[in-house]
Each structure stands twice: as C-alpha cells, then as structure tokens.
Design a protein around this ligand. Structure first.
Ligand SMILES: [Zn+2]
Length: 289
C-alpha cells in the first residue's frame, strides 16, 4: 500500500497522475524578470526547473484524505480520453497510471464519499468523469462533488457562451451537475469538525483550499493557491492562467503569513514530489521546507 501522511486521526495519501517539465518558465510566469530568474536559478534547478528544457517541473496529483467520518478526494487531475486540443500533453490521454496509483492507496472508486475540486481548471477535474458507452458518467459512484458556487457559476456562464473554450466543463463538470451529484457550497464551507474550506481566490474567481485535521495535527491542501516555490519566495508573482494575479498574490501572502512557523503541513498540488512541507520565512517571502 502507498505510504501516507498520518496527522492525528487523519491520513493523507497522494495519487500522482503525471510529473514533468510542462511549460517554459517565461511562459508560465509572464511577469518574471529574466534577472530574477538568474538570481534564483541555482536553487530552482534541477528540482523545480529542468535545466535542459528550461521548463517548470510540475506534478499533477490528487490528495486522498481519510477522516473519522469521510474519505475525500481533493482535485482529480487531467483524466483519460478527454479532448484537450490546446494542451497536447493532456489531449486524449490513455494512461493507466492514475488508476494504478489510486489502487495503491488500498481504496476503490466506490469508497470516495466526497470529491472536492479546489477550482474548475482542466487539470483538477478530469477524473470527475469517465467514458461509459460514449457517455461521461461520474467516476466515483457514491461521491458528492463539492464545487464553490461562484466558481461553478463563472465557468458555467463562460461555457454557455463558448463551449469549445471550456471542454473540461463539458466533459468533466457539467455531467456531474446533470447527474445530480454536485454539492454547491460557499468557499468557506465546513464538513464535520475536521474539514474546512478556506477561500483562496485569485488564481480563479472562487478558488478554495482545504484545511484538514485538528490544531497541531493539520494540513492545508492548497490546490493552485501556489504553483511553484518561486511564488512562495515572491508571493506577488502571478502565473499565466490567473483570473486576477494581484488578488492571487494577496491571498498567497495572507495564507503563508497565517501558517508561517506553524506545524500545519502544506500539501501543494503542483510542486514536484514530495510536494509537501512547512512554511518558513525567507527574506520578504516564504519557503516551504
Ligand atoms: Zn492546476
């Protein structure tokens, strides 16, 4: 069985779908000054930036959190057989890696009680659904899917105006809503006494992170509140697909400030494996160690 993180009565496991050098640094962080990149290159390479391609190394993964009451899958990666013509590395994927790594947690799809999507981007919703006789059906047959209300409204509006611009909504989010399996909540929603959504807007309009556990034995599943350790060191550094980079920067500074020097474990979506650590101060910013 895959190794996990135990925090009091809670356990956390990671399910990796992919890891690799996906985007050129300058494309990923459009406002990053070349001199600043040079200044930081020594610690960024080779773990976080691939020295050969110059691309940002990203992990695509889900977290499974088991509490006393629930088994929760947070973010559901890219998925199989999904048309993503604008992202060749994710277009019509047909890999058994996610399912194998899921199985290694000792769980079956039936065991998931809740799927939480921190936000509705293509690499966080894919395994929400799977192809069944030409139809997209919920992958987790017993799960409720937790979406933030304004996030779902925003992307639903955009999809009704231009469905081709949001293929992941068409195949991975709306079929869940149509199946009556969506639980639409405010982004500060609580689930029992040990799971709390924390609003972390900016990367998307109503992004949430998920705080799990009890004080002194807790973790923040960040989602895309942060993408790279470079955004911990420089919280105001935006990335290309941000809804509002200024707001995203304010959110990062506030949340890293709140959890700095605490025992709360940060579980990031996209930092390369092991992807987790504690927040400590680093000059004007932060580092995850
Ligand atoms: Zn992402």
């Amino acid at each position: 069985m895959a190794q996990g993180i135990q925090l009091g009565e809670i356990s956390i496991q990671q399910i990796v779908e992919q890891q690799g050098p996906f985007f050129p640094v300058g494309e990923f962080f459009p406002s990053l000054a070349p001199e600043l990149l040079e200044e930081n290159r020594e610690w960024l390479e080779p773990a976080f930036v691939d020295p050969d391609s110059g691309n940002v190394i990203l992990c695509i993964q889900s977290y499974v959190v088991r509490t006393r009451h629930h088994t929760i899958l947070i973010d559901s990666c890219v998925g199989n057989h999904k048309p993503r013509p604008n992202r060749p590395m994710w277009h019509l994927m047909a890999s058994d890696r996610y399912e194998r790594n899921f199985e290694a947690t000792g769980l079956r799809f039936e065991d998931i009680d809740y799927v939480m999507c921190t936000h509705l981007h293509t690499d966080h919703v894919g395994w929400n659904t799977r192809l069944d006789n030409g139809r997209w059906v919920p992958t987790f047959p017993n799960a409720r899917y937790v979406f933030a209300e304004r996030e779902l409204d925003f992307w639903s509006d955009r999809t009704s105006q231009d469905p081709d611009a949001c293929p992941w909504m068409v195949d991975s989010v709306l079929p869940v809503v149509e199946a009556g399996r969506a639980e639409i909540v405010k982004s500060d929603h609580m689930l029992g006494d040990d799971v709390q959504l924390i609003p972390s807007p900016g990367h998307t309009i109503d992004h949430y992170s998920v705080l799990v556990g009890r004080p002194q034995a807790d973790a923040l599943i960040t989602g895309d509140m942060v993408h790279s350790p470079l955004q911990a060191r420089y919280p105001e550094l935006g990335m290309f697909s941000d809804y509002d980079s200024v707001l995203a920067g304010q959110t990062r500074r506030e949340l890293f400030g709140r959890f700095c020097d605490s025992s709360t474990l940060m579980c990031t979506a996209h930092f390369p494996t092991p992807s987790t650590g504690h927040v400590r101060r680093w000059s004007e910013g932060f580092r995850i160690v």
